[in-house]
Design a protein around this ligand. Structure first.
Ligand code: C2E
Ligand code: SIN
Ligand code: SIN
Ligand code: FE
Ligand code: FE
Length: 412
């Protein structure tokens, strides 16, 4: 276990690291990992306040992960609960106070809150000690709840959380709250950019871009791990990839509504115009200043290339859309990129996008059954899609499905 001085040093370092991370999902994971390390907690969850509810947004559990096959991830379901005094997290959010409970199964009935053991039973886990803290922003408002579960001593036994940990974790939670608010704003800004452009019905666009982004990050992570890439390198790219993937179709702002929203199939001419959305999107990030700009340009330009070299837009100058001189096909058009000449993030988003497009209803098509979608993906392995990317996708199909469930399409 860390001593007090080490803990303080750790907190300062974590504060710096957290302030650099911008994407909400990546941030939640980092916040929970760091908080658990700080107080040696076996498990933990994060709840984010949304309207007048608490949304169970992220969860980790070292004991349950050990029981999984190597490299597999814990799949959890998201749910929302009311902010009132009946539940532990609800009480903490409602009163903006910390709760340090030595044993969840021994809570005195004098308390208004109760421990709901159904989750324990479902997953085969025993929650005992629980440190639950409000995530307070700079205005002292509660934006969420951090719950740390089962403090572990040096011999691996479960002990109550120490009183000394309380101010440390509170301090940490304040950092985290500010960073989470900022990340929510980044995401809101991206969503606003997308909906201002009136790409599609905003009700549809939101879930679609969130799903494609989360699938892409998940698939990339598995692929990169299979390749033996450095974990720190992977971590660094995730944040930028997620935001870049959200913007994969941002070039559609340049396409007229008549084409974009056409209820039926395109003719050849309409399809040719639509194809321009790739490089027109890339052009927006052309004066690449950050890793993010570079990855966003890569994703926008290359998410419709095909592994077999029959995709688009191929070797072009993104400032004009014209073919590059040394890369012309027999008809004098731009040659498509092929295989590993297609940048990796393009290959990843290509699969994430098509999986989501096929599983969803569009103005021009009905949603397909997932079974049929998976069949097509298998069939297109080595044709439309990079075989290694397809392999990573199927390896993590359970997580992909849980992401779909997190971002459902809204009903009218
Ligand atoms: P999108 O709806 O996001 O679809 C992304 C990609 O998913 C498509 O790229 C295609 O590779 C795949 N996909 C979508 N639906 C189907 C399908 O029914 N069968 C198969 N095999 N693949 C499908 P693609 O074709 O390059 O299209 C790019 C974008 O152009 C689409 O994005 C959509 O916004 C638009 N689009 C394409 N075809 C039509 C059409 O016939 N009518 C209309 N209104 N829009 C279309
Ligand atoms: C869209 O592309 O925004 C519509 C498809 C969906 O329901 O996600
Ligand atoms: C979409 O509707 O396909 C999302 C728009 C975008 O990615 O910018
Ligand atoms: Fe596209
Ligand atoms: Fe798309």
């Amino acid at each position: 276990m860390l001593d007090r001085k080490q803990k303080l040093q750790r907190i300062i370092q974590i504060g710096l690291e957290i302030s650099q991370i911008k994407d909400l999902d990546v941030l939640l994971e980092k916040v929970l990992t760091d908080a658990r390390k700080l107080v040696n907690a076996d498990a933990g969850s994060l709840y984010i306040k949304e309207d007048d509810k608490l949304k169970f947004s992220y969860s980790q559990n070292a004991t349950l992960v050990k029981k999984l096959k190597k490299g597999h991830k814990l799949v959890y379901t998201t749910f929302s609960m009311p902010i009132n005094n009946n539940s532990i997290a609800g009480f903490v959010a409602n009163n903006n106070v910390l709760l340090n409970i030595p044993d969840a199964y021994e809570i005195s009935s004098n308390n208004p809150f109760h421990f709901d053991s159904s989750y324990d039973k479902k997953v085969g886990y025993e929650t005992h000690s629980m440190l639950t803290v409000p995530l307070r922003n700079v205005r002292d408002e509660c934006v969420g709840v951090l719950q740390l579960i089962n403090a572990v001593d040096d011999d691996g036994g479960i002990i109550p959380f120490s009183e000394d940990d309380e101010p440390l974790v509170k301090h940490f939670a304040n950092y985290a709250a500010t960073a989470i608010e900022r990340a929510q704003m980044t995401r809101t800004t991206i969503m606003r950019m997308i909906s201002m452009a009136e790409l599609r019905d905003p009700k549809e666009t939101g879930p679609h871009v969130n799903r494609v982004a989360s699938y892409a990050v998940e698939i990339y992570e598995i692929w990169a791990r299979n390749k033996g890439l450095d974990t720190e390198e992977i971590d660094k790219q995730r944040d930028a990839l997620r935001m870049a993937a959200m913007l994969h179709d941002v070039g559609k702002v340049a396409i007229s509504d008549t084409i974009l929203k056409k209820p039926g199939k395109f003719d050849d001419e309409e399809y040719e115009i639509m194809k321009q959305h790739t490089w027109m999107g890339a052009r927006l990030f052309a004066d690449a200043r950050s890793d993010f700009d570079e990855i966003a340009a890569e994703v926008a330009q290359h998410h419709h290339e095909r592994w077999d070299g029959k995709g688009y837009p191929g070797y072009i100058d993104v400032s004009t859309g014209e073919a590059l001189q040394n890369y012309l096909d027999d008809q004098g058009k731009a040659k498509a990129k092929k295989g590993e000449d297609i940048p990796i993030f393009g290959r990843v988003v290509a699969l994430a996008d098509v999986y989501d497009a096929l599983c969803s209803k569009r103005v021009y098509k009905e949603a397909w059954d997932e079974e049929k979608v998976l069949e097509l993906i298998k069939e297109e392995t080595g044709k439309q899609f990079d075989p290694e990317i397809v392999e990573a996708f199927f390896e993590t199909i359970d997580v992909i499905r849980s992401i779909a469930q997190r971002y459902p399409d809204q009903q009218d």
